[in-house]
Design a protein around this ligand. Structure first.
Ligand code: ADP
Ligand code: MG
Length: 215
């Protein structure tokens, strides 16, 4: 299993958000997670990303058991195995599209083959826009930069938190098609939180968070 959660629990103060969540995701699967606002979708994704820590249970991602790891160990776990995309893109405003791909690679000590980064930007439909700043790009284009940046890291697992939440219908469909195609061609495991039935429909599998557990 690429991802294996068993009896996973997470509390914020007195309120328990995840109450013994179980989930197994084999490598190469595209899973959509749905659930009402406040049901704990982002909380779960942050645990998968090693950005936050569970209170109990076990969680293994790409063969690494995350529960009980130190902050430093979680940092290297993220660098080695994972990439994320977000609803609000999280691009660095002062940097061009190309530099947004380059910087995380440099920071994580990976080789930054510039030709490859240009190919990735072309692959997501941004040929000729490599030197634009995020604020000079549309929402859909910004999300394409974020997707290319994630792929540049060659992650085993890509986590997406409502990646089409800020996009209109046309851009949403384009981004979903792009994600699906890239997931299939790279064989990466993709876990996507979404509100949209249409978005969930492109996934191989749909799970729903309710009452702190997955249905
Ligand atoms: N850092 C935090 N501190 C306290 N409560 C939080 C924190 N993050 C999330 N919560 C609470 O946990 C619950 C689940 O939040 P979240 O995972 O963001 O839900 P979703 O992404 O499904 O909308 C909500 O009630 C939210 O208020
Ligand atoms: Mg959320």
């Amino acid at each position: 299993m690429m991802i294996q959660a068993k009896g996973l629990t997470k509390n914020y103060g007195p309120s328990s958000v995840l109450k013994g969540l179980d989930l197994e995701i084999p490598g190469g699967q595209f899973v959509a997670i749905m659930g009402e606002s406040g049901s704990g979708k982002t909380t779960f994704l942050n645990l998968l990303a090693g950005l936050d820590r569970a209170d109990g249970g076990s969680l293994s991602v790409a063969g690494v058991e995350l529960v009980g790891k130190t902050k430093d160990q979680l940092v290297s776990f993220r660098r080695d195995h994972l990439a994320m995309i977000f609803q609000d893109f999280h691009l660095l405003g002062g940097l061009s599209a190309f530099e947004n791909l380059l910087l995380p690679l440099r920071l994580s000590g990976k080789t930054a083959d510039k030709e490859r980064l240009h190919r990735l930007l072309a692959q997501v439909g941004l040929e000729g826009k490599e030197h634009k700043l995020p604020q000079q790009l549309s929402g859909g284009e910004q999300q394409r930069v974020a997707i290319a940046r994630a792929l540049a890291l060659e992650p085993k697992v890509l986590l997406a938190d409502e990646p089409t939440g800020n996009l209109d219908r046309k851009n949403s469909e384009a981004i979903l098609g792009l994600l699906k195609g890239l997931q299939q061609s790279t064989g990466m495991t993709l876990v996507m939180v979404t509100h949209s039935n249409k978005a969930a429909a492109v996934a191989d599998r749909l799970v729903t968070l309710e009452d702190g557990c997955l249905l």
